[in-house]
Write a protein that binds this ligand. Structure first.
Ligand SMILES: [Zn+2]
Length: 295
């Protein structure tokens, strides 16, 4: 009996700990393995600079991660060229993450649940229409989100919040980004360090000089370029798509084929919240058994 009690107690406590582990959207700032660097690019696509960034990555044989918006520098829903840039990113082996639909200027921390859903779902839907998958990785505008935001993001199927430990500050015109990058890299050690590097593919300097200067140095130091999924060891896309199976060949996207986002129905999404409810239920059953049967 004692061993049964111990077993049940162990199961109950394990479930509770699994439950609390998935209750919070985990944040990642570094890769799991030293010697890895994940270049990430926010705020695109941009009709001028994103293509240049993609050309550099192709030439250097580097796969990166793009945290895209639906309507920021260009309204992707109405622009075939912008859709084709996202398609190119995906087809060339880069990972696509969500940076919200409209990149709210003040961030998302004050959003209600519905406001956040309305900000996230249109982009999930748009990406599903363009590349046939929904992103699992999220990067909030300004890098900020609350635990309440995290619960909603999990409901929407996101599995990770991706921050960074290297900010190229390519958006800061007062700063010499290249110098900043090189200094930080020089002080690092690939035997112990890894990086998730924040860049912006909408930025002309990034597309025309910074990457050209820093990539050779990163290679020289011996770092390995990885996409964020490899960096943190998680799948980059959600397990199920609602409208178009991933295996199915995608039609050419044009503005008219995009399904309006507000037609979405969240009821059949896989989510951490659902898993949580199931685990809570099982935990309660185990604990009640322990009490009733006085084990
Ligand atoms: Zn941004």
């Amino acid at each position: 009996m004692v061993s049964l009690k111990n077993s049940l107690l162990f199961v109950g406590l394990s479930l509770v700990s699994i439950q609390s582990a998935i209750a919070e959207l985990p944040t990642h700032k570094t890769c799991n393995n030293p010697g890895e660097i994940a270049l990430t690019f926010d705020d695109g696509p941009d009709l001028t600079n994103t293509e240049k960034v993609l050309d550099i990555l192709k030439r250097e044989n580097i796969k990166a991660t793009f945290f895209v918006n639906g309507k920021n520098y260009v309204n992707v829903r109405n622009d075939v060229n912008a859709q084709n840039l996202i398609k190119r990113e995906f087809e060339e082996g880069h990972v696509i993450g969500s940076h919200t639909y409209s990149h709210p200027e003040a961030g998302i921390t004050k959003f209600t649940e519905q406001e956040l859903i309305d900000e996230m779902e249109p982009l999930n839907q748009l990406l599903n229409d363009i590349i046939g998958v929904r992103p699992a990785f999220f990067r909030p505008p300004l890098g900020e989100f609350t635990p309440e935001n995290g619960v909603v993001l999990e409901k929407l199927g996101f599995t990770a919040n991706i921050r960074w430990n290297m900010d190229a500050q390519d958006w800061n015109v007062k700063r010499n980004s290249t110098e900043f990058y090189l200094t930080k890299l020089k002080q690092s050690n690939p035997a112990t360090d890894s990086f998730i590097a924040l860049n912006h593919d909408i930025n002309k300097l990034t597309a025309t000089s910074i990457l050209d200067d820093v990539i050779p140095y990163i290679k020289e130091l011996g770092y390995k370029f990885v996409t964020v999924d490899k960096c943190i060891g998680l799948e980059p896309y959600q397990g199920m798509t609602r409208d178009i199976p991933v295996e199915q060949e995608q039609p050419m996207v044009d503005g008219s084929s995009i399904v309006p986002a507000n037609e979405g129905d969240l009821s059949n999404l896989t989510s951490g919240a659902t898993t949580n409810k199931v685990l809570s239920f099982i935990s309660v059953i185990v604990l009640i058994s322990l009490t009733i049967f006085n084990l």
